[in-house]
Design a protein around this ligand. Structure first.
Ligand code: UDX
Length: 441
């Protein structure tokens, strides 16, 4: 099938490339000329394992095209995917300006019956608004239908997730339009769930809010474990064996970040508020997450009450491993707090340092290697569980002024750390002390 995808951000690009891989002819459209030029050569603007390879393959096989020209992109498209951003507004609600602009663009340019497929995460009711905009602005005598088809891709494994998803949700009020989208997706061989448009829109928010709830829940349990000297990892494993709970998304840490959970949880609180419902539970989830991001600072201040002039190494800057994405990363909040406390910060990340500079340009010194970050530092905070960091040679911690390691992602087993000359604090697990009095400055 001939498909156009508007927006080549994370969602749009992965969607376009995956659809071309299953045999469709896909044109990806973006207003950013420089980005389009690069993508035509198979250069991905984002770091995502496997994406560049699939881009190159499908470009070479003439199934994947990139353009800034909407008319050219829409020409002959049987389905047009909307995958532009819906950034968070100051009040937490989703900004729909870009989605609405695309809808007007589609309406004024299409010359054949078209199914418009919304991939962007949009508040419940938006697809009906999109349909209104489309119908009000149509220039030619054609029929247009709207289908909600939310994405559930995780950054860092987005390509894998496209081909191995748990479900594809298709929300349509027009059965035929829903059938078209189901047909497009058939080669993925992923179970399809059909519903109405509003329910599909809600599935996306409810899924992300539920996962965020699971994370905040285990983080609160971990804080209680901390105080009781229990081990949250064992607690999570024991809980996860109950199929009703499930073992995923029970990793305690320093909270969730990224482009989805923080934005979508706040948007759902707004969506509920708009229909006069106070989503108390979700408000709690958001508050817990904000506090959790600063957990390591509290643990550090507990050990070094005065951080003035202290050199603090921060390992891992991206919001999670296998991505260069810095959006809502705990490293931003943590670094700013360290600076406020008078510390000097030296940071390291295997992939995200370039992106980090647009969030934290002057706040930290960037180390080229883990070794450089650790040397002579007074404490190390671990914020992202990159493989590089998990596989660090533990004796490197002994190049620090004092081997105080505070791990926000439980990268090392307690067993392993017990044998080291390191003072080790993690999340929801008993601390390992080493020469404690040396730090009591
Ligand atoms: C998420 C959803 O998983 C995906 O379905 C949706 O489409 C977009 O949002 P993503 O933001 O890429 O995907 O990352 P994910 O792997 O879900 O992690 C989100 C955040 O939660 C990260 O900061 C991660 O560190 C944190 N997290 C995740 C935990 O703290 N504990 C966990 O057990 C799992």
């Amino acid at each position: 099938m001939n498909i156009a995808v508007v927006g080549t951000g994370y969602v749009g690009l992965v969607t376009g490339v995956s659809l071309s891989e299953i045999g469709h002819t896909v044109t990806c459209i973006d207003i950013n000329e420089a980005k389009i030029t690069k993508m035509r050569q198979g250069i991905s603007p984002i770091y995502e394992p496997g994406l560049s390879e699939l881009m190159l393959k499908n470009i070479e096989e003439n199934r994947l095209f990139f353009t800034t020209d909407h008319t050219k992109g829409f020409n002959n498209a049987e389905a047009i995917y909307i995958a532009v951003g819906t950034p968070e507004k100051d009040d937490g609600s989703a900004d729909l300006t870009y989605v609405e602009e695309v809808a007007i663009n589609i309406a004024t340019q299409i010359r054949r019956d078209t199914v418009v497929v919304t991939k962007s995460t949009v508040p419940v009711g938006t697809n009906h608004k999109i349909k209104d905009i489309l119908n009000r602005n149509l220039k030619n005598d054609v029929k247009v239908n709207v289908v909600s088809n939310p994405e559930f891709l995780k950054e860092g494994s987005a390509i894998h997730d496209s081909f191995n998803g748990d479900r594809i949700v298709i929300g349509a009020d027009n059965e035929k339009a829903g059938d078209v989208v189901e047909q497009i997706n058939t080669p993925f061989e992923v179970p399809v769930f059909r519903t109405d448009i509003k329910s599909a829109e809600m599935i996306k928010y409810a899924s992300n809010a539920f996962l965020a709830t699971k994370i905040s829940f285990i983080n609160e349990i971990s804080n209680i474990c901390d105080r009781l000297n229990a081990n949250v990892e064992d607690v999570a494993s024991g809980m996860g064996m109950d199929k009703r709970i499930g073992s995923e998304f029970l990793n305690a840490g320093i909270g969730y970040g990224g482009s989805c959970f923080p934005k979508d949880t706040k948007a759902l609180i707004q969506i509920a508020g708009n229909v006069h419902y106070d989503f108390e539970l979700l408000k709690g989830v958001v508050n817990v997450n904000q506090k959790q991001q600063c957990l390591l600072i509290d643990k550090l201040l507990d050990r070094i009450p005065n951080l003035k002039g202290k050199r603090i190494a921060v390992l891992g800057l991206a919001f999670k491993p296998n991505t260069d994405d810095m959006r809502e990363a705990a490293s931003i909040v943590v670094t700013k707090r360290l600076i406020d406390e008078g510390a000097e910060v030296i940071g390291y990340d295997p992939i995200a340092m370039e992106n980090a500079k647009s969030y934290l340009r002057h706040e930290m010194v960037y180390a080229k290697t883990i070794e450089e970050a650790l040397e002579n530092s007074d404490a190390t905070l671990i914020l992202t569980e990159w493989e590089d960091i998990k596989n660090i040679k533990l004796n490197l911690f002994n190049t620090m002024n004092y081997p105080l390691v505070i791990d926000g992602r439980n990268c090392f087993s307690l067993e392993k750390m017990r044998g080291q000359k390191v003072e080790y604090h993690s999340v929801g697990r008993p601390s390992i002390h080493y020469n404690r009095e040396k730090l009591n400055i």
